[in-house]
Write a protein that binds this ligand. Structure first.
Ligand code: ADP
Ligand code: ASP
Ligand code: MG
Length: 420
């Protein structure tokens, strides 16, 4: 008997029939004697619908009220799942984030979990109940409802698993595991049976939305075993088969994994680039530019400063596309004039494509194969950033799919390596 957290995403909860299937699957685990906590997402499309309504009222809605609204999607799906379990004869209870409570900071729409009280959850489990906890949300110290950012139910699930010291956190989704890249973009993508924690962290942070980055961070910090698997199989699939399906995130690096130089390709369209031309090349300029950006709570991703020519240099950086307009306003009205920049140019039609692999540490020529592949496709690289286990490029976003497919092939990710 073990203590297990199940997380079901929006597609998995997308209709009454799917919710009933989730209940059947959960009932199967419960009947086998496992103690189960379930963290559901809102039904697919619901969060977008709610955010859309808010934007109709005000294009820049108040953060507190936005979270008050967006959190309701998970409240509804959780209650529906509890009803489905009850009508299948399984004792179950659902709780919202604030009832648990899941305590977060006060950054509305992108709050961070601080602590989770396990008292209620464990008491219900002791009574033999399946416990359902809404994904995506919590409450700050002032009692205000907060949400954890898009895709945040993954983080809720892993955080709950860490809090109750679960044996495993199962992330049920609409794909049957973590692939070498998004299988919707590259049909030849291959499922990995295991992926190292470090690679998963990079993939998630570079845009693979199969797991929210913070869920992977939690898994690492608290050593929660996480498995990504399909919610669309037969709900009565034998437990032994289900338990070993999908992709396990592992904290050990084995020989076989070292052999793969590049394990996956991640991409993100949520990018925008800005450049200040001809800024004086003197100490403190980077700080004068990026200080006010940070103060405005805008995350900067890649930064590029060129060699100075006659005392001036060009300074580029990228931000999330959601922050593009705010960043540009700040540059045009405040930062540009303050640092004495020449022109300010910008482009929000860029994307980031990254290759990821722990084998890159010990192999040379990996980045150059990436650059050669892109050049053979006629794709211009605008910015490059590297770390020990990844190389990312910023390119025009109309070439994103082409770049991902070409790189997937160039690094032989479409080939079956299980025989090797
Ligand atoms: P959920 O609603 O279950 O949280 P998401 O849509 O958030 O599901 O995440 C699952 C999706 O992530 C898949 O449908 C797939 O299109 C996408 N995805 C992106 N990169 C990958 C990858 N490397 N492996 C698997 N899926 C990926
Ligand atoms: N419902 C939220 C979203 O759509 C959280 C999640 O699905 O993980 O982003
Ligand atoms: Mg998701």
């Amino acid at each position: 008997m073990s203590l297990i957290v199940h997380k079901y995403g929006g597609t998995s909860m997308g209709s009454v029939e799917r919710i009933q299937n989730v209940a059947r699957r959960v009932a199967k685990w419960h009947a086998a004697g496992h103690r189960v906590v379930v963290v559901p997402s809102a039904m697919s499309g619901e969060t977008n619908r709610l955010l859309g309504l808010a934007k109709e009222i005000n294009p820049q809605p108040d953060g507190r009220e936005l979270d008050m609204l967006a959190s309701t999607g998970e409240q509804a799906s959780s209650a529906l799942l509890a009803m489905a379990l009850l009508s299948q004869g399984v004792p179950a209870r659902s709780y919202t984030g604030w009832q648990v409570p899941v305590l977060t900071d006060s950054s509305y729409t992108k709050a961070r979990i601080r602590s989770i009280d396990d008292t209620r959850l464990l008491a219900d489990l002791d009574l033999g109940r399946v416990v359902i906890v809404t994904g995506f949300q919590g409450m700050d110290e002032g009692g205000n409802i907060t949400t954890l950012g898009r895709g945040g139910s993954d983080t809720s699930a892993v955080a709950v698993a860490a809090a109750i010291k679960a044996d495993e956190c199962l992330i049920f989704t609409d794909v049957d595991g973590v692939y070498t890249t998004d299988p919707r973009v590259v049909p030849e993508a291959r499922r990995m049976t295991v992926v190292s924690f470090e690679e998963m962290l990079e993939m998630a942070s570079l845009g693979s939305k199969v797991l929210q980055i913070r869920s992977v961070e939690f898994a690492g910090k608290y050593r929660v075993p996480v498995r990504v698997l399909s919610s669309l199989t037969d709900p009565l699939l034998p437990l032994e088969e289900e338990m070993t399906s999908g992709t396990l995130i592992t904290f050990e690096e084995d020989q076989k994994m070292e052999a793969a130089v590049v394990s996956g390709i991640a991409f993100s369209r949520d990018e925008a680039k800005v450049t200040l031309l001809s800024v004086p090349d003197i100490p403190g300029v980077a700080y004068s530019i990026l200080g006010p950006v940070a103060a405005a709570n805008i995350d900067v991703d890649m930064i590029l400063q060129n060699q100075s020519v006659r005392g001036t240099t060009d300074f580029s950086f990228t931000v999330n596309r959601n922050d593009f307009v705010r960043t540009l306003d700040l540059l045009n009205n405040q930062i540009g004039p303050a640092v004495g920049a020449g022109e300010i140019v910008s482009d929000d039609k860029v994307c980031k494509v990254s290759i990821v692999g722990i084998g890159m540490r010990s192999h040379v020529g990996v980045a150059s194969l990436m650059f050669r592949t892109l050049s053979e496709e006629g794709i211009n690289i605008q910015m490059i950033s590297t770390s020990e286990i990844k190389t990312s490029v910023i390119i025009n976003d109309k070439y994103m799919e082409l770049a991902v497919r070409a790189l997937h092939k160039a690094f032989h990710l479409d080939e079956d390596k299980s025989e090797a």
